[in-house]
Write a protein that binds this ligand. Structure first.
Ligand SMILES: [Fe+2]
Length: 248
């Protein structure tokens, strides 16, 4: 499996605090079947103003115990770097300057909304982003109150070109009953392109493991394969396409 959304880089946001916890989280994810994990620190203005340089420093700090563990024979996933951007003017600026923390290759980027309010005309902005060659991948749509209430709004967002990323922990109530019900509904309507763990600490791994069982119950082993292997692969491939000039 591939995890497109995770917080193992130390000290950047509300993810792990120490490099050792980062390694412990990655080791845990590897032990339940994740061969690739993408670190996606928050980029939220005035709260977590992460950029390429802050991410590089945290990555370097993680690298020390990561390499030591690997040298000692500990199984660890391949680690890729991206970011989780609040969908706002700062992201638009960063995209324009080519400085957004996109998925490797630059053709897709993980975005999130605030939980209670979705920005005005968000569909137009998502459409513009997709049209510019960077596919918006919307993190955990099931957690946003306006989308919990309306399939229409969600369908407009999908129609605008956003790809939906399920946080599997939603399926076991980690974010409350509304998010769980919304996740089950979106899953049933077959609107997710992929799943992720959005894990923030080593102890999340147990919950993720339970959640994967719940995903299997809801979507079958085909569904698990589609959401945790093929969908993420498709997103990473879309992101990398631009590297070979296939933007469009
Ligand atoms: Fe997230």
């Amino acid at each position: 499996m591939i995890d497109l959304h995770c917080h193992p880089l130390p000290g950047l946001d509300d993810g792990v605090r120490t490099p050792e916890d980062g390694v412990s989280l990655l080791r845990g994810l590897r032990s339940i079947g994740f061969e690739t994990v993408v670190a996606t620190p928050h980029v939220r203005s005035g709260v977590w103003d992460n950029r390429v340089d802050t991410r590089a420093r945290a990555h370097e700090a993680l690298g020390v115990p990561f390499e030591a563990a690997r040298a000692a024979g500990v199984a660890l996933p391949e680690l890729l770097l991206a970011g989780e951007h609040m969908f706002d003017d700062v992201l638009r600026d960063l995209l324009a300057k080519g400085e957004a923390l996109t998925y490797p290759g630059g053709g897709a980027a993980l975005v999130e909304f605030g939980y209670d309010v979705i920005p005005l005309r968000v569909e137009v902005q998502l459409w513009r982003m997709a049209k510019s060659g960077v596919r918006p991948v919307l993190a955990h749509p099931e957690r946003y109150a306006p989308l919990q209430e309306s399939d229409d709004r969600l369908d407009e967002i999908v129609g605008a070109g956003a790809w939906l990323l399920l946080d599997v922990m939603s399926l076991v109530g980690a974010y409350g009953r509304r998010a769980q019900a919304a996740a089950e509904r979106i899953l049933k309507r077959n609107k997710y392109v992929a799943g992720c763990t959005d894990s923030h600490k080593p102890s999340d791994v147990d919950t993720v493991n339970t959640a994967l069982t719940a995903l299997g119950r809801a979507a079958g082993s085909d569904g698990v394969q589609r959401l945790m292997v093929e969908g993420p692969r498709r997103i990473l491939a879309a992101a990398r396409k631009t590297e070979t000039g296939a933007r469009g």
